[in-house]
Design a protein around this ligand. Structure first.
Ligand SMILES: [Zn+2]
Length: 134
């Protein structure tokens, strides 16, 4: 048995190329099935671990930025509410504007939440894919 040097798939000794990734196997050494299995397992575990850590980190970052945004908007709205109790008409008007703006931001953020929206040059765009890069 041999191990594909590229994707760590176990391939038979007769094959010249890897059936999974198509890599040439001329450099792959013959190994015992035991060795191949352990190595493949180790590579897979490391890759899984790395992927999980990356996903966790990005999820955490997304949640934190979302929470900060929500908190900021709520503070904004509360500030507007406080202005509604002021006796001056101009401050009252500003309060209404702030509250309405805050709610619009909150609503827009909830509707446009998730990975499908992207901010580009100050405008929001809806992307068909979570990751527009190819
Ligand atoms: Zn391969």
């Amino acid at each position: 048995m041999r191990l594909c040097p590229k994707c760590s798939t176990i391939v038979s000794e007769e094959s010249r190329t890897c059936g999974v990734c198509g890599a040439s196997l001329w450099e792959a050494q013959n190994r015992s099935i035991q060795d191949a299995t352990t190595e493949a397992q180790r590579a897979k575990t490391a890759a899984d671990q790395h992927l999980r850590e990356k996903e966790l980190a990005s999820a955490r970052r997304r949640i934190i930025s979302r929470l900060v945004f929500y908190a900021g908007t709520v503070v904004f709205i509360l500030y507007g509410f406080l202005l509604l109790f002021s006796s001056t008409t101009s401050l009252f008007t500003i309060g209404i504007v702030i509250v309405v703006t805050g709610f619009v931001i909150l609503l827009f953020f909830i509707i446009g939440a998730g990975p499908t929206t992207r901010r580009y040059r100050g405008r929001w765009f809806v992307c068909p894919q979570p990751n527009p890069r190819r």
